[in-house]
Write a protein that binds this ligand. Structure first.
Ligand SMILES: [Fe+2]
Length: 261
């Protein structure tokens, strides 16, 4: 069975969320009612050659071809190509059944790639929207350079169950801690430090101030020239966020997360 079909068939118990990682900041979340929400799915190799002299060839296998993608809500945190990938959006077949969410520059990409206006939902820090049993709260993120000044993060609430904060790419700022008002049970954070993103130490500092139950590192694996060791985040978490469980994900394998863990 293809991974997409496996995800579609996977049963999520009450008060849980199932999470699959696709490398970099790409995730699919599944709620107990079966709602599938993705964020920052990068399912092509379109970044290769984007910046001559920087090795941006993808190193993580493509686990789901864009044509196979069968989800309910497609979200992007900002308009860098490893997050809002025009080729991924272009090749998605089910554009007429998916809600596309993102800040304005990401929605420009959706529109350019033939997503109908009625399916596009503009998000921004402090926004709130709901799709079936999933609530989305927009959070602040500090742009990492001036090529896109509309970065943001999301807190996804799955039914009455867990709340998951995805930081998106962001520079360090205490304003990231404002996501704490949504009481996330889990924080998924970039840790690479490269290209002005949070380092493992800065990410652990923010997690320590938000105080979720667990934290997952991401955005350290896709490109040779943008790597970091997640174990450094584990050590930083131990020092800066005592009591927060370190959770490392594998590719394409479900993690069942409950707020009660
Ligand atoms: Fe990125």
């Amino acid at each position: 069975m293809s991974l997409m079909k496996e995800i579609r068939h996977f049963a999520v118990p009450k008060n849980h969320v199932a999470i699959w990682w696709f490398g970099q900041n790409g995730f699919i979340f599944k709620s107990p009612e079966g709602t599938l929400v993705s964020t920052d799915l990068y399912l092509t190799d379109s970044c290769e050659g984007l910046h001559p002299g920087i090795d941006l060839k993808r190193r993580v296998p493509v686990l789901i071809e864009p044509e196979e993608l069968d989800i309910d809500v497609f979200t992007c945190t900002h308009n860098h190509q490893d997050h809002t990938d025009p080729e991924t959006v272009r090749r998605v077949k089910n554009k007429d059944t998916i809600a596309f969410v993102g800040p304005h520059p990401a929605t420009d990409v959706y529109r350019a790639e033939k997503v109908e206006d009625g399916r596009i939902h503009v998000s921004y820090p402090q926004c709130e929207m709901e799709f079936k049993d999933v609530k989305i709260n927009g959070t602040f993120a500090l742009p990492t350079d001036d090529t896109d000044l509309n970065h943001m993060g999301f807190v996804f609430s799955f039914g009455n169950g867990p709340r998951v904060y995805v930081t998106g790419d962001t520079d360090y700022t205490d304003l990231l801690v404002s996501a704490a008002k949504h009481k996330p049970d889990l924080v998924i954070t970039c840790i690479n430090g490269g290209f002005n993103n949070l380092s493992h130490w800065e990410a652990a500092d923010i997690v320590g101030k938000i105080k979720p139950k667990a934290a997952i590192p991401c955005h350290y694996d896709m490109f040779a020239d943008n790597q970091a060791d997640p174990k450094q985040f584990r050590a930083s978490l131990f020092l800066k966020a005592p009591g927060v469980v370190y959770q490392e994900m594998g590719y394409g394998k479900p993690l069942l997360f409950s707020a009660e863990r």
